[in-house]
Design a protein around this ligand. Structure first.
Ligand code: FUC
Length: 744
């Protein structure tokens, strides 16, 4: 539970998020008027029909041999200034668009206090996924509850009071855009419009019902409830967006929106029950206890403000809450039927949000899904899979037009309209490795879940086509005859070179996984031979430099005083699996990571939790978690870059899992990076690759009990100090549960 003793004064820092994937809302708990800012995930400007025109980022005029010319220059000169490369390979971005707020619902409550009464409380119950506001005024207890239901596809709200007839309010809609009409009839408010930029049609309906009292609709677009015992509303919203290249349009949203508000029904309790059942089926799978419980009398903002880095009386409770909040946010912002979680999940109060609230593919969207598998929320990944699938058609065209090659490609960031080409922001435009990196999560989904059917139909086609792109685009490095990515740019950092570490490691990861998958599926031997041959010649992107660091570039260019937030050259450590613990590469990675320091933006700190966990340094991982909570977390526990960016929430949740359980090398490692600050605890329901779900208990820093539920029949190896040899290999049988316990 997150809770606060005052209404939210600010959207970004204080309001509380609810969501069902497609829809999101921020609950303010304000007096005398409640404010509910809401979103629909597909409400995007830009794309086809955009006023500026749209080209997917493909070159508007052909540039024959432009890439080859840059490659030749790099062969001759080793480095190129990003501005110079952007001049030659970039172009101004047009029609990219931005995610849009849908607007605000206001519930004006006449006679409500203007300052919060002493018993005012605003909370978000993570276990129910219900946000509530309660206070007593003139002897009457008032309560508001809000939730976003995935099974019913609506946001719902209820106002009630403990004295009959005390619920009176007027509901109205506002938007920062003037592109809509709002009308009300028969207790339903209808908002319809089209975005001026691209004509995207949108509709929302809010259906209001009451127990007792009256509901009146005003033609000016307001609905008033008077003297009710309780009243509730359901809100549905949609657009005519579809994720289909090239037009990205589907049916008018009117029918689906109307159906949703009608079907959500007149029975509030049943709607709530369906929502809670659906949410808990996911949320309750994982339980983390690291030794404290949340103090009932300390609001969450105070808890955060007094967080001491592990030594405080409620620090561990806050850390566990933060972990579960990440899981809550993923459930709320990524469910089947809409786009994946964007830079802000699904929550955006602006028409010009930071970075368009888009899908950055040089770390951010990938980070959003890091916790999905291991933190037992694989059901949140279909929107991601679909998004990747939808990028392939435009990405194939970009590969053909810009690179003259097979395969599909996407660069530094993308939108829901298949922006797979480039723009000209010199330090963040060129990143054709993104497609390969995006497919990593698909293969991870297979490694955790083990469905060969999923591998065949969903993961492998995207991986194979990304592999074909690189088979066509790697080039022989005259320095040593290896195959390299060129031009290559280590995200947002340094000069252009050939064969930067991250570029090589990503392609290495893709080829390795594609080969594994090709073997499992029995794909054509000649394709496998080609990938194998390329992998053998590929520069692996691992090189140790003059100060013992893992080099970020193929030439030893690293500056030991550089603390840039991206630590891209450690991809092979995490989220990759090329670096084994205890190897000389792991040592070098540690040198690089130490030099980069413990600062950085929110997501950067979150990544560092994962890195330190993979380096088996639980204390440093925990220190990074502390840095994130102290310096990159807002009172509503949102991660801040700054500004608010949700990737850090997800990255930190992933990092906490990595401290407790790892399996990237196909060995299940229990408590690989347990910090001294968590001497005793337990975790239930974490997933490992190979089809295992684990419960682990520990005391005095040592595992005391491990229970493993197998979902596949296969040999599994578990590492733990619980076993005499430090590890145990056994044949797991699907459906069986195995338990080991310390006797002493
Ligand atoms: C990446 C980062 C920035 C920011 C942006 C949305 O490009 O380098 O810091 O997080 O994504």
């Amino acid at each position: 539970m997150l809770w606060y003793a005052a209404p939210a004064a600010d959207w970004e820092r204080e309001a509380l998020p609810i969501g069902n994937g497609a829809l999101g809302a921020m609950v303010f708990g304000t007096l005398p008027s409640e404010r509910l800012q809401f979103n629909e995930k597909t409400l995007w400007t830009g794309g086809p029909g955009s006023a500026q025109g749209y080209d997917h980022g493909n070159w508007r005029t052909p540039r024959t041999d432009a890439i080859t010319a840059v490659q030749d220059d790099l062969d001759a000169r080793t480095t190129l200034d990003p501005e110079a490369v952007a001049d030659r390979l970039g172009q101004p971005r047009i029609g990219y668009g931005a995610h849009q707020t849908f607007g605000d619902l206001h519930l004006d409550i006449p006679g409500a206090p203007t300052t919060p009464p002493a018993d005012y409380r605003r909370e978000l119950d993570l276990d129910n996924a219900v946000a509530s506001v309660g206070y007593t005024h003139q002897g009457v207890r008032h309560q508001r509850d809000f939730f976003a239901s995935h099974p019913d596809g609506v946001i719902a709200g209820r106002l009630h009071a403990d004295r009959p007839g005390s619920v009176t309010f007027t509901l109205r809609y506002t938007s920062p855009r003037a592109d809509f009409t709002a009308t009300a009839a028969d207790g339903t408010l209808t908002v319809r419009g089209a975005l001026a930029d691209n004509g995207l049609r949108f509709e929302a309906q809010v259906r209001v019902r009451s127990r007792g009292g009256t509901v009146t609709s005003d033609a000016n677009g307001t609905i008033t409830v008077t003297g009710a015992d309780s009243a509730w509303f359901v809100l549905a919203a949609g657009t005519d967006y579809a994720d289909t290249y090239p037009d990205y349009r589907g049916p008018d949203p009117h029918a689906a929106v109307g159906r949703a508000v009608r079907q959500a029904g007149d029975r509030y309790e049943a709607l709530l029950a369906r929502h809670v059942r659906d949410h808990r089926a996911l949320f309750r799978r994982v339980v983390l206890d690291i030794g404290q419980s949340l103090p009932a009398d300390v609001p969450t903002d105070r808890l955060l403000a007094t967080y001491a880095g592990g030594a405080g009386a409620a620090d561990r409770a806050l850390e566990a809450l933060y972990f579960q909040y990440g899981r809550y946010l993923l459930i709320a912002s990524s469910r089947p039927g809409s786009l994946p979680a964007n830079l802000q999940g699904v929550w955006n109060n602006s028409t010009t949000p930071p970075w368009s609230a888009d899908y950055h593919t040089n770390i951010n969207i990938q980070m959003n899904y890091w916790p999905a598998e291991a933190a037992n929320l694989a059901e949140t990944t279909p929107p991601y899979d679909r998004f990747v699938e939808a990028l392939r058609a435009p990405g194939r065209r970009t590969a053909q037009e810009m690179f003259g090659s097979r395969g599909w490609v996407v660069h530094n960031e993308t939108n829901p309209y298949g922006f797979t080409g480039v723009h000209d922001w010199a330090t963040a435009f060129w990143f054709p490795e993104a497609a390969a990196w995006l497919t990593q999560q698909l293969y991870e989904h297979y490694r955790f879940g083990g469905s060969t059917d999923y591998l065949r139909t969903t993961a492998y086609p995207a991986m194979k086509e990304a592999t074909e792109f690189w088979l066509d685009n790697l080039r022989t490095d005259p320095r040593d005859g290896t195959l390299v990515v060129t031009p290559s740019y280590s995200p947002e950092h340094g000069d252009f070179t050939a064969g930067a570490a991250m570029s090589q490691q990503i392609v290495h990861d893709l080829f390795t996984s594609t080969l594994e998958a090709a073997r499992i599926l029995g794909d054509a031997p000649d394709f496998r031979r080609r990938v194998e041959a390329a992998l053998n010649r590929l520069d692996p992107g691992l090189r140790i430099g003059s100060w013992g660091q893992l080099q970020e570039w193929k030439a030893d260019l690293d500056d030991p005083t550089d603390t840039h937030r991206h630590v891209s050259h450690l991809f092979a450590l995490h989220p990759g699996r090329q670096i084994e613990p205890g190897s000389k590469w792991a040592e070098a990675a540690k040198v690089s990571l130490t030099a980069r320091g413990d600062g950085g933006t929110g997501w950067s700190k979150a990544w560092k939790i994962n890195f330190w966990a993979r380096l088996r340094d639980g204390d440093h991982a925990h220190k990074m978690l502390g840095e994130q909570l102290k310096y990159s977390t807002l009172p509503n526990l949102w991660d801040t870059h700054p500004p608010f960016q949700i990737d850090g929430n997800f990255g930190a949740t992933s990092g906490i899992v990595e401290m407790l359980l790892q399996s990237q090398h196909d060995i299940i490692e229990a408590l690989p990076a347990l910090p001294a600050a968590w001497p005793t605890g337990s975790v239930r329901g974490l997933r490992a690759r190979g089809g295992a779900t684990l419960d682990i208990e520990w005391a005095d820093g040592r595992a005391t009990r491990i229970a493993l539920k197998a979902s596949r029949t296969r040999e599994l190896t578990v590492h733990s100090d619980l076993f005499e040899e430090g590890e145990l290999t056994f044949k797991a049988v699907a459906g069986r549960r195995y338990t080991w316990q310390r006797e002493d």
